[in-house]
Design a protein. Sequence first.
Length: 204
Amino acid sequence: GSGGSGRAAVLELAREGADVAVQYHRGKGAALTVVEEVRGLGQKAIAVQADVSDSRACRELSAEAVASLGRLDVVACFAGHPFRDDEWSKDFEQLTRAEFERPIDIDLLGSVFVAQASLPSMVKAGRGSLILVGSTPAITGDRVGISYLIAKAGILGLTRALALVYGPKGVRVNALALGSIASGPMDAISEQEKRVLTEEPALK
């Protein structure tokens, strides 16, 4: 929740009346700034350091959120491997094992570990919402960002499975496919590419 779409989600949740635990990995200063913004909206907020690719860290993150805020109503997992233009546009045949593993570790396994850590609390309460972040290219395919879209496709499969398992227990599980968002990665592309992207959605 310290930057980009995650930060925007934190602030929107706070405007709707939620107290928020803001997870960060390395961006402590940014997370503390978001915490102050949430408090300025009249809600409680804490910042919690955790590497989502570490299952133990995710369990500690969930426990700290519950201990500080009382319960988990909504868990939104926005953590993602940072955009790198050289990886994004690299020929598929040239992608290395590490370049496939990094998005899987953070985006896919991060979603798995956050889900494992947070679902028991919501099941116990008989209610809750788990929100994961997929991607439009994971549905449509793409010629670039293939390692990214493989990880995001895994998230869509994970979401369908968890929805079937946990829906009857009162927990909704959904994945977002957000399209093009005006956050950090968009700064790396040309104005012409941005214009092309604005033509993709039906509402332009």
